[in-house]
Design a protein. Structure first.
Lengths: 169, 435
């Protein structure tokens, strides 16, 4: 594959990767995870399919997100073991995810109250605008499962937002 | 986003779409591309100019070439060659504890050129430099058998499955038993290490259901809270688990030989896990080499509310002795302290010096963020070394291989300043431009 062409594909895919990683991990890790995912994509570029003419997304996007997801999972496992060493070091302003972006405090609060997996599903749909099939591949779930879980998550988020609104948040 | 396609403005998906952050800027895309280039030995062509690339290759972020040509004391032939260029695994897995010139959070082992320490060594500090042992670390045992043994001991009666997981540039093969939704043990291996992990998903409910906000939205009625085991019972259980995979472990270090594991139990309160305050019981098992515990190892966790083990996480290795190597003395190794991208991991957390970033009051430490952000000039700090202990440290090469090598732990009168490898300079080729 032409390296310049792949380089261009990477550039176009980075915003989606950055968005996903920014919504999944603390901000001090975002650059590391993104750049590691990009480095892996370069190494595996011969195994990543080309974008077909009728596809909504370049397959590189779900590849990068899936890779980032695995990297984050590894990172979280390791960080959990280091929590006792780093609790002092984490500044108060190292929020994870959505709160960085969301000005709507009810929405930020509601997302915080969602199960992590449900939150991830919703954001992959709403922010990364991925298809059910792409989400299923990333989340390692069946398409049917993704659809059902998305529906439930959407309702749960709606209910939480309603409760927060009634509580006058 | 195409808002016209949204049929229901009360749909939370609609709200999320409206709250979608702005597109990543071009400069940030460039930054991430450059950072990714620094993490792989692959130098791929990209539309950035040759000048930019030259700057990237010579930037402190890469402090690149450290080649250790080991010479054992009996031979002049090189027996080791450690290339730390683009060392990737440590940058991610130790992102909060290892050094990186562009790390976001300054800490004792992650300077990034924001602080200049001016060291003075007291005459009372030993100037001897005895030969020190070097060990290469590699995968331990047969992973499928380790998985089977661990699963059986943990009471997981499920078939073993195999999958490939991307983990850095080095993909990892995982053998696992159990369900990710319930209880799951796996033993993974990359080309360079054997990783153990176990998670009891029920434990997450113990943790979450102690949170008022979580309880208000999730059904916690079925969650039963139990007492954590005693420290001695936890240690015995960890020993038993390690024994099932062929490792000898003990709380008494005098009973252990090279390759055995030294066990320590700690009980802490108010740990933050998933934003909830927790009490935690941790059993740490660290491999003994040359009579001392090495860095890393395996941890076993119990949390308040759980009588059953919540999590295992760690890495096990087979160690191979490479011989004894000449070393630098404390004064001559000092130049390596707080200077290189890949600083060694050390076996335990010492009490930090008040002159180290970790030991400073938070108010003072915050000033380094200004330096890191370019709002202030690098700071100068005078330090007097009062003590230098010889020991072993762990470093990683560019391939992700781990090595245990001689090192020196430095102290001033208030505590620990950091550690440096002390392998003799004759074995090390350093990129002079980046020292």
């Amino acid at each position: 594959m032409d390296e310049l062409e792949f380089s261009q594909r990477i550039r176009l895919a980075i915003p989606s990767l950055d968005l996903y990683v920014g919504s999944r991990t603390q901000k001090q890790h975002v650059d590391d995870v993104c750049s590691d995912a990009i480095a892996i994509a370069w190494q595996k570029r011969h195994n990543i399919p080309q974008q077909s003419a009728d596809a909504t997304h370049d397959p590189l996007v779900p590849f990068l997100i899936l890779t980032a997801r695995n990297l984050i999972r590894n990172l979280e496992r390791r960080l959990s073991t280091r929590n006792r060493n780093m609790k002092d070091l984490l500044p108060q302003d190292s929020p994870s995810a959505e709160s960085v972006f969301l000005e709507n405090s009810n929405l930020a609060q509601a997302l915080k109250l969602m199960k992590p997996k449900d939150r991830e599903l919703l954001l992959l749909l709403a922010w990364n605008e991925l298809s059910i099939a792409e989400i299923a591949r990333i989340m390692q779930m069946s398409k049917a499962n993704v659809s059902v879980r998305l529906n439930r998550s959407r309702k749960r988020l709606s209910n939480i937002l309603q409760e927060l609104s009634q509580e006058g948040h | 986003m195409d808002n016209n396609k949204l049929e229901n403005t009360n749909d939370p998906i609609d709200l999320l779409k409206q709250a979608k952050p702005e597109e990543t800027s071009d400069s940030r895309i460039e930054h991430l591309i450059q950072k990714s280039e620094s993490k792989t030995s692959i130098r791929y062509r990209s539309p950035i100019g040759a000048k930019t690339k030259f700057a990237l290759l010579t930037s402190p972020a890469l402090i690149a070439l450290l080649v250790v040509q080991g010479l054992n004391q009996y031979s002049s032939s090189p027996t080791l060659s450690l290339d730390l260029r683009g060392s990737m695994s440590p940058s991610l897995t130790n992102s909060l504890s290892s050094s990186s010139a562009d790390c976001v959070i300054p800490n004792q082992r992650c300077n990034g050129g924001w602080i200049d320490w001016n060291y003075t060594v007291l005459p009372s500090v030993s100037s001897d430099s005895p030969d020190g042992p070097v060990y290469s670390l590699s995968r331990f045992g047969k992973e499928k058998e380790l998985t089977k043994a661990l699963a059986q001991e943990l009471g997981i009666d499920q078939p073993i499955s195999k999958e490939i997981e991307e983990a850095g540039v080095d993909s990892q093969t995982l053998f696992s038993a159990g369900s990710r939704e319930d209880e799951n043990v796996y033993v993974g291996y990359s080309r360079t290490s054997t990783n153990l992990s176990y998670i009891n998903q029920a434990g997450k409910d113990w943790i979450r259901c102690q949170s008022d906000s979580y309880r208000s939205t999730e059904d916690c009625s079925s969650v039963t809270f139990e007492n954590m085991p005693s420290e001695s019972k936890a240690a015995l259980y960890a020993q038993k688990l390690l024994k099932t995979i062929g490792l000898t472990a003990s709380e008494d270090i005098s009973n252990l030989k090279d390759g055995d594991y030294f066990i320590q139990v700690t009980k802490t309160e108010s740990e933050t896990i998933e934003n909830h305050q927790q009490n935690m019981l941790t059993v740490s098992a660290r491999m003994i080499l040359n009579g001392e515990p090495t860095a890393g190892g395996i941890q076993f966790y119990w949390f308040k509310g759980s009588s059953k083990l919540f999590m295992i996480d760690g890495v096990i290795y087979k160690a191979e002795a490479k011989g004894a190597f000449r070393t630098l003395n404390a004064e001559n190794s000092l130049v390596r302290l707080n200077k290189y991208v890949t600083l060694p991991s050390v076996r335990e957390q010492f009490t930090p010096s008040q002159k180290s970033i970790e030991g400073m009051p938070w108010e003072q430490r915050k000033k380094f963020y200004d330096v890191a952000l370019g709002k202030a000039d690098p700071l100068s700090i005078d330090v007097t070394i009062t003590r230098a202990d010889k020991g072993l440290v762990t470093i990683y090469d560019a391939e992700g291989n781990a090595w245990v090598v001689p090192g020196i732990h430095y102290f001033d009168e208030t505590g620990y300043l950091g550690s440096a490898t002390s392998l003799n300079s004759e074995y090390i080729q350093m990129d002079k431009a980046k020292e």
